[in-house]
Design a protein around this ligand. Structure first.
Ligand code: SF4
Ligand code: SF4
Ligand SMILES: [Zn+2]
Length: 266
């Protein structure tokens, strides 16, 4: 198995995974999406809400705000030594208290006050609600670690996708270099230069087959490599993409070992 990084930033990575089965590629995608835990607001105690928004809508909005996650200091409540009762190892209290002093005022995510300075919203400028003059919002929110398996608010990725590595071939015996395939390709993959036709930046090919459909001489074909995949992973910002990848591989290893132990016990 091989990995080649094409683009790497703190919240985004594009890489080629080769010599891997489709099952492994899909398992890796699902581990990132569903199993790697992140912090999210899980419970809201509404003390005062005189805004027109229902308590449930405010709570739902709070749940979807990505929070910076510290996987080394927290555990999921169901795995905590407190037995899920709630303690400093499995939950963080976040408060919001604001009264409207102007005609219209927007309350943003950076106005949430966290008990733990490391567990704060990833982005400071996410609008939560609007306050009219003299309206008030006062609440305590409890953030906990959870998994995308249980609710999408805990997914560490906003996108995790892969496609098979494209292969674009030309039959030079049939090709007349008419350029029709070059014209229709939406990704500028096909080039004709100095009486030569070739595919460039082929990993950007969307496998749309427009070139194949356009060529009346069957001189171009598009296929895929069966064991090579192009992954794109975009983090919500709760964790770095590097941590998402390493955690998903660690969890996959743990699950495989647990499975092996169960088989051995037969
Ligand atoms: S459309 Fe067909 S014949 Fe024309 S340049 Fe492309 S591959 Fe060659
Ligand atoms: S399959 Fe689509 S994107 Fe790929 S080379 Fe053909 S026209 Fe371009
Ligand atoms: Zn606990």
């Amino acid at each position: 198995m091989e990995v080649k990084i094409l683009d790497y930033r703190d919240k985004y990575v594009k890489f080629i995974l080769s010599d891997a089965s489709p099952t492994f590629a899909n398992t890796l995608r699902r581990m990132m999406m569903s199993e790697v835990p992140t912090m999210a607001i899980d419970e809201v105690i509404m003390i005062e809400n005189t805004t027109p928004l229902y308590d449930e809508i405010v709570a739902h909005r709070l749940g979807l705000i990505p929070l910076k996650t510290d996987l080394d200091s927290f555990v999921r409540p169901e795995l905590c030594t407190c037995g899920g009762q709630g303690c400093t190892s499995c939950e963080v209290s976040i408060t919001l208290e604001k009264s409207g002093t102007q005609d219209v005022e927007v309350v943003y995510s950076n106005e949430l006050i966290s008990q733990d300075p490391k567990i704060i919203p990833v982005y400071p400028n996410i609008p939560i609600l609007k306050l009219a003059k003299d309206q008030k919002i006062f609440l305590e929110a409890i953030a906990r670690l959870g998994r995308g398996l249980d609710h999408a608010k805990w997914q560490p990725v906003s996108t995790v996708s892969y496609k098979y590595y494209p292969v674009v071939n030309f039959n030079l015996d049939n090709c007349t270099y008419c350029g029709d395939c070059v014209e229709v390709c939406p990704r500028d993959i096909i080039k004709i230069e100095d009486d030569e036709i070739k595919a460039v930046n082929v990993e950007n090919c969307s496998l749309c087959n427009q070139c194949v459909d356009t060529c009346e001489l069957d001189a171009v074909s598009v296929s895929t490599k069966p064991n090579e995949f192009i992954f794109k992973v975009e983090s919500t910002g709760a964790l770095s993409v590097k941590r998402i990848l390493t955690e998903s591989l660690k969890l996959l290893k743990d699950k495989s070992e647990e499975f092996k132990t169960l088989i051995d016990e037969f």
